[in-house]
Write a protein of this length. Structure first.
Length: 432
């Protein structure tokens, strides 16, 4: 029993040391490489609100999600750290860009009209455009392209599937099957007839999605795009094509700038609030529970170290609401210790020896600790998956992670320390 306690204690120490290595910015253990992600309200930046025109949409949820995917891809190209994209009200997309500097460039990039178009090989003499975004230095794609009248509006379906090369499933390869609407079938037939043994480029958002070779004239409006390495790549291509079928126009209806000074000031106040809360809790635990309270303080500090490391590793984007969730979880972390110590008091008053009182105190307090934390976790899950805004989800995420870590430190670490001390020569110092 005691050997297991020492193994558990040593494992906890190793875990805490590793967490400290992650937390400290200049530590040799990835401290500089793993940085905390700060949200818009802490680091400053811009919030944009776009309204999608879904008047002619047959599947509004799908089209809005496609629009969000396009926005996210464009934002990734800007190099924005941990952007937040949320849908709101059925037609609005809220974009938060922490740390963005050139807002006009960002708006121009995000708000550009996107559409799936088909282009054919061309030359400068034929009036083809030499487009840098399309040109591949490895000469995979031709230099010049010319737009056709075939667009995503003519595409009816894009689906990732398998096609057997010799009629068997063993040697099948992942492909993307596409089919065109009535309006697009004739256009596609003319394009394939005109471009036999040439490439036809599929362009989405000013990027080549695919440039398959035309091997035969296609008259039925159904085609297969080969060349995918695996089914995941084929599914990704099908998703990109699906995004371009029904281009959804969107207009910028709101813009809000948050200065970095305000964000840094909020962050400093939050850190001070967290430090004060830790200090006040520590004073209370020492005054009321004496040496047992000191053990709880050690567990609480360990909790803070472990939780911050998890925030950096996940990573969790810390907003002001998220910091509030962390501070609230500090109080909930000590709550489990208070329940346990009160049960231990009752067991000692009943005349039980110290080791038995500790064991029974933890055992009988566990049901209360488990149920209270489980109900809080359920609340966090509901908030996270139903909230429409980033700050509320950030609060739920930080609070939920804090509750999970607190169950480890309050139950496992505190119990291990008390049992080790109770089984040593220092058992006389334990007071509750």
């Amino acid at each position: 029993m005691r050997r297991n306690l020492w193994i558990l204690f040593a494992g906890s120490i190793v875990l805490i040391v590793l967490a400290i290595g992650v937390d400290l910015p200049k530590s040799p253990l990835l401290g500089e490489k793993i940085k905390a992600q700060l949200g818009l309200d802490l680091v400053g930046g811009t919030e944009l609100v776009y309204e999608a025109d879904l008047g002619g949409s047959q599947d509004k949820v799908k089209d809005l999600n496609n629009l969000v995917s396009v926005f996210r891809r464009r934002i990734d190209e800007l190099g924005v750290s941990e952007p937040s994209l949320q849908t709101q009200g059925g037609s609005n997309v809220i974009i938060e860009l922490p740390g963005i500097k050139n807002i006009n460039e960002a708006i121009g990039k995000i708000g550009a009209t996107y559409e799936l178009v088909f282009m054919e090989e061309s030359t400068a003499e034929e009036g083809g455009g030499q487009l840098a975004d399309y040109y591949d230095p490895a000469y995979t794609y031709p230099r010049y392209w010319k737009a056709t009248d075939l667009t995503g509006r003519d595409l009816a379906k894009a689906e990732a599937t398998f096609q057997g090369q010799d009629g068997t499933s063993i040697q099948s390869e992942p492909v993307v099957s596409i089919s065109f609407s009535n309006s697009g079938r004739e256009k596609f037939r003319e394009i394939t007839k005109k471009n036999l043994n040439k490439q036809v480029a599929i362009i989405l958002d000013n990027k080549i999605v695919s440039a398959p070779n035309v091997q035969t004239e296609i008259t039925d409006g159904n085609a297969v795009i080969t060349g995918s390495k695996d089914i995941k790549e084929a599914q990704q291509l099908a998703k990109r094509l699906d995004e371009g079928m029904l281009p959804v126009p969107a207009k910028l209806v709101g813009e809000r700038n948050i200065g970095a000074t305000l964000g840094q000031d909020s962050l400093k106040k939050s850190i001070v609030a967290g430090a004060i809360s830790l200090l006040l809790i520590g004073v209370f635990m020492l005054a009321y529970y004496k040496t047992s309270g000191l053990i709880a303080i050690v567990a609480l500090v360990s909790y803070a170290v472990l939780t911050l490391a998890i925030y950096k590793l996940v990573p969790v984007t810390l907003t002001l609401a998220g910091v509030a969730g962390f501070i609230l979880s500090i109080g909930m972390a000590i709550d489990a210790n208070i329940l346990i110590f009160e049960r231990m008091k009752e067991e000692l008053k009943a005349g039980k020896v110290l080791n038995l009182a500790i064991t029974d105190g933890f055992k009988r307090a566990w049901s209360s600790v488990r149920d209270s934390n489980f109900s809080s976790l359920l609340t966090c899950l509901v908030l996270y998956y139903t909230a429409g805004t980033g700050p509320v989800r950030g609060f739920a995420l930080t609070l939920g992670l804090g509750i999970l870590v607190s169950m480890f430190t309050a139950i496992t670490l505190t119990r291990t320390l008390i049992h080790l001390i109770a089984g040593s020569r220092l058992k006389g110092v334990i007071r509750v």
